[in-house]
Design a protein around this ligand. Structure first.
Ligand code: NAD
Length: 252
């Protein structure tokens, strides 16, 4: 078995040789910024299972529950600052090695860290905006949150009367075709695929590293818990992203 130092060295060497690295990030990259992920032991989901998109659209009581349980998470996301792992990806971009970040996160921390927004694909949307479920119009999330906090139970779009919610993707909601197409395009063109902080249990994001593997592209996984792709990866590092990612980028 390789030591941590050897794994860091191998990862740095592979990344040094690559020219078009694509990074898939999940909730695990932001836990060190104070935003809990959903699948680690003790996560908020153990108490409150997620609201599905269908329930949100069809059941007023599901919407009420959604807004109640979301308020904690939205405060954590509002207060969060990028951590050392986010900053390491900015450094990777500065080195000219990064062709894109595909993120499952809606927290906007890659943009806050300083990565070029044009290189970021937000597969699961963003909690920085509100969106109408009927006409798709985007509006201010702060204003929507103020309406909720003021006691409004079922806020509606002022254009079309559709239901409002954060512009994120709920369970059972389709990932926008354009975002998925961009993510696939980046993956098809990359020469190294790096996963940081994702359980790889959410489809379609979890299919992307397989696409890369099908082209014999090196795969590096940084995740605290094991994933189904560990056996197929070139390097697996089960340590905190905020510790190992800066160490790898520094060694490159
Ligand atoms: P997940 O919760 O399924 O998995 C996160 C993984 O990260 C876990 O396997 C865990 O072991 C690992 N992890 C936790 N802390 C880590 C650290 N410091 N370093 C390395 N690994 C760490 O997350 P997911 O696969 O992204 O899927 C959950 C869904 O929930 C996502 O689709 C996302 O949309 C949403 N989500 C987003 C946020 C956010 O925006 N920050 C937070 C929670 C959930």
């Amino acid at each position: 078995m390789l030591s941590l130092e050897e794994k860091l060295h191998d990862a740095a060497e592979l990344m040094q040789q690559a020219q078009r690295i694509v990074v898939l990030t999940g909730a695990g990259i932001s836990t060190e910024s104070g935003i809990p992920d959903f699948r680690s032991p003790g996560s908020p989901w153990e108490k409150n299972p997620p609201t599905s998109y269908r329930d949100f659209l069809e059941k007023p009581e599901a919407r009420q529950c959604y807004w109640q349980t979301r308020s904690n998470l939205s405060t954590q996301v509002r207060m969060a600052q990028p951590n050392a792992a986010h900053r390491a990806l900015v450094e990777l971009e500065r080195k000219g090695k990064l062709s894109g970040i595909i993120t499952q996160n809606f927290d906007g921390l890659h943009q806050d860290a300083g990565n070029n927004p044009e290189h970021i694909v937000e597969l699961h949307g963003t909690s920085r905006f509100a969106g109408c479920t009927l006409c798709g119009k985007r509006s201010s999330m702060d204003v929507l949150q103020q309406r909720i906090d003021a006691g409004e139970v079922d806020p509606r779009c002022d254009e079309c009367g559709g239901l409002l919610k954060p512009a994120t993707i709920l369970f059972g909601q389709r990932v926008p075709d354009a975002e998925l197409a961009r993510a696939k395009q980046l993956t098809e063109a990359c020469d190294l695929f790096l996963v940081v902080g994702s359980s790889l249990k959410v489809i379609p994001a979890a299919t992307l590293p397989r696409l890369a593997l099908n082209r014999n592209v090196p795969l590096i996984l940084i995740n605290l818990q094991p994933t189904t792709l560990d056996a197929a990866a070139d390097v697996v590092i089960s340590e905190k992203a905020g510790v190992v990612l800066p160490a790898i980028v520094e060694q490159m």
